[in-house]
Ligand binder design. Structure first.
Ligand SMILES: Nc1ncnc2c1ncn2[C@@H]1O[C@H](COP(=O)(O)OP(=O)(O)O)[C@@H](O)[C@H]1O
Ligand SMILES: [Mg+2]
Length: 384
């Protein structure tokens, strides 16, 4: 590793530094069989070094496509427009060769299924050493030494012995540690974890998330964590971006968002959505209706057909994503009003629970996602 392990963690209050990743009006569409699928529709966000951004949303909301677009991991049928800048480098429109150089170097990705990402015929030591040598042309022996260091860093027990083992000899959690070691071999500026813990049991999920948080704080990398698990997002992310139909519909510091949800869709995800026309005790616990057809999106708010607060305006006019309260962006004409006493003040103590104290899952004393218990129960909703 060439990065000092002392890199200071830029907490939620970090304002002086520059974004490591700046995504602006990112759009991705697929043209297949005469249909055009609008998977990402004007996504914008900035990511500061040392920060963790959770992107959450139902299955098919464009989470994976939005991050794959950054690293050239989409098929040629994908048409990508807008801008995504990694430092000074514009990624949109970059040639495949340059993207390959960025992929696994400046931006590393960890996916849900480590078994498929690892080569079954190579020892894990050889695979990590290969990743080290792709980044830094050191002799093989040095690369193997680094592999042991990296496995120690990701807390794989008995790394000297384990480097000789093959993926099938490891548990799912250990394989994910190996994937993280491979990701870290290149000192990435941005680490993208796309449902990286989804396939793991609850205890291992927590261990891997804590590992990611710890490494991120020590290495100073920025993390984009894609998750269907609101509990994980609440515990481990500094900020949360909620995606619907390829757009950000709500984005704020974790505590602000969870204690002061504005967008009815987010509320629905959390399992409680006050309606304009029904008594306040009425509660929905699942997001009723179907996600929109990405091949024929409406003019207005794409959530309107499922939204109990929707009015005629919502059906004809798309609400823009705007900063309606300090640090709190949402796209809604009829935002949910917060309960008395829970206001923008909650934003003052923003940021995720400390890594070591993820039991502190009650940001700002406000509503921890009701639907997101630490055991991964999302109230029966399919959010992946
Ligand atoms: N290669 C592809 N060709 C056509 N459509 C695709 C392709 N990849 C993804 N999509 C579509 O893009 C939308 C967003 O997908 P995805 O980003 O994987 O969703 P998420 O990760 O939020 O579950 C989905 O409707 C999906 O079917
Ligand atoms: Mg996905």
């Amino acid at each position: 590793m060439t990065t000092p392990l002392t890199a200071e963690h830029n907490g939620p209050t970090a304002t002086g530094s520059r974004p490591v990743l700046r995504v602006e009006d990112l759009r991705v569409r697929f043209s297949t069989g005469g249909r055009t699928i609008h998977a990402v529709n004007g996504l914008s966000y900035e990511l500061m070094p040392g920060r963790t951004l959770a992107i959450i949303g139902e299955s098919g909301s464009g989470k994976s496509v939005s991050v794959r677009a950054l690293t050239g991991l989409l098929p040629p049928s994908a048409e990508i427009t807008g801008s995504a800048r990694l430092g000074e480098t514009e990624l949109v429109g970059l040639d495949e060769r340059s993207l390959r150089g960025i992929r696994g170097n400046d931006i590393a990705m960890v996916f849900q299924d480590p078994a498929r990402s690892l080569n079954p015929t190579m020892s894990i030591g050889a695979q990590i050493a290969e990743a080290v040598r792709m980044h830094d042309r050191v002799p093989k022996k040095v690369a193997i030494e680094r592999a042991v260091e990296l496995l120690t860093l990701v807390r794989l027990p008995a790394p000297e012995r384990r480097i000789k083992e093959y993926p099938h000899q490891l548990s799912g959690g250990m394989r994910q540690r190996v994937m993280i070691a491979i990701a870290l071999a290149a000192d990435p500026k941005v680490l993208i974890a796309d449902e990286a813990t989804t396939a793991l049991d609850v205890t291992t999920q927590a261990q891997i998330m804590e590992l990611l948080v710890d490494l991120q704080e020590r290495l100073g990398a920025a993390v984009v964590m894609i998750s269907h698990d609101l509990g994980l997002a609440a515990c481990y992310a500094h900020e949360v971006l909620v995606m619907y139909a390829g757009r950000a519909v709500e984005h704020a510091e974790t505590r602000t968002l969870f204690s002061n949800v504005r967008m009815p869709y987010t509320h629905a995800l959390l399992g409680a959505i006050p309606q304009l026309t029904t008594p306040s005790h009425a509660r929905l616990t699942v997001v009723g209706g179907h996600p929109p057809d990405l091949a024929s999106l409406p003019d207005g708010c794409p959530f309107a057909p499922r939204c109990p607060r929707a009015t005629e305006r919502c059906r004809v006019e798309m609400p823009p994503l705007e900063e309606h309260e300090p640090g709190h962006l949402y796209a809604c004409w009829h935002p949910v009003e917060g309960p008395p006493g829970v206001g923008p003040g909650a934003a003052e103590t923003s940021g995720r629970a400390e890594a070591s104290g993820h039991a502190v899952a009650g940001p700002g004393g406000g509503a921890v996602p009701a639907a997101a218990s630490p055991n991964g129960d999302t109230g029966g909703k399919e959010l992946t």
